[in-house]
Design a binder for this molecule. Structure first.
Ligand SMILES: Nc1ncnc2c1ncn2[C@@H]1O[C@H](COP(=O)(O)OP(=O)(O)OP(=O)(O)O)[C@@H](O)[C@H]1O
Length: 242
């Protein structure tokens, strides 16, 4: 278990004439062993914040830490990320077993570890299959297994159910909840969909135009939203479920 923390994080793109502040002074703590849901409309800066945490985009200001220390970008990675599109993130020419084995640290019994990981994500017996032979939900399970191969303590899940049929989203969300409990993971769970976020999160942070406009226990944020933008998000989610 580890605490993931963003302190005064800003990310700017572009140069003078055309500058975009994608993330604007974000303070956010994901306590060890908890799930923080980060919700906001497309373009609000969620993915940029996630990518900044794993070193995929440089910070313009602030810092991201794990238990107070900078996030390692070499060697063992205690922080792993799972992305939206399970198809493009898997190599179509590699079997599922080989794809996961690649991410297993050296010095481990790779075959046994791949079998353990596939069992964890409820996909035993798929080792010799190729991505095209699996459903979207199964492919996302493979991506999750691969992220878990390095035994991370912290996961960032960025829109991991958005590319999936609604009918299988629930199963992947249940898997995330189970894994969080079994492995005591710290999770930053990102989605534009409040209904998805509320299902897995202990606390919910709402992002709007690069800033966190509201953050609190999931029940409180949903029952008594303080920010007008959160109210808007909530109203649109309720409108959809009617
Ligand atoms: N590499 C980049 N270069 C320039 N601008 C970028 C880059 N990446 C993101 N942006 C801009 O930063 C802002 C935030 O984008 P970001 O993808 O983080 O939002 P998001 O909330 O994750 O939305 P989505 O769910 O659609 O990805 C947007 O205005 C986007 O156009």
């Amino acid at each position: 278990m580890r605490e993931l923390r963003f302190d005064g994080v800003s990310v700017r793109f572009g140069s003078r004439g055309h500058r975009v502040t994608a993330v604007d002074g974000v303070d956010l703590t994901v306590p060890a062993g908890s799930v923080v849901g980060l919700v906001g409309e497309s373009g609000s800066g969620k993915s940029t914040l996630a990518r900044a945490a794993v070193g995929l985009v440089p910070l313009s200001a602030g810092r991201v830490t794990l238990d107070g220390a900078p996030v390692p970008t070499r060697g063992r990675r205690p922080l792993q990320m799972v992305f939206q599109d399970p198809y493009s993130s898997l190599n179509p020419r590699m079997t599922i077993g080989a794809t996961i084995a690649e991410a297993v640290p050296r010095g481990t019994d790779r075959r046994a570890e791949v079998a353990r990981l596939l069992a964890l994500v409820d996909l035993p017996d798929r080792m010799t299959r190729y991505p095209a032979e699996l459903s979207g939900g199964q492919r996302q399970r493979v991506a999750i297994a691969r992220a878990l191969a390095g035994r991370p303590e912290v996961l960032i899940a960025d829109e991991i159910t958005s590319a999936l049929d609604v009918s299988i989203q629930g199963a992947v969300l249940n898997l995330i909840r189970d894994l969080q409990r079994t492995l005591d993971l710290t999770i930053l769970f990102i989605s534009h969909d409040l209904a998805v976020v509320r299902y897995v999160s202990d606390t919910i942070a709402v992002m709007y135009r690069g800033r966190i406009v509201e953050h609190g226990p999931a029940d409180t944020v949903l029952a008594d939203p303080q920010d007008p933008y959160t109210r808007e998000l909530l109203a649109s989610t309720e409108g959809r479920s009617r």
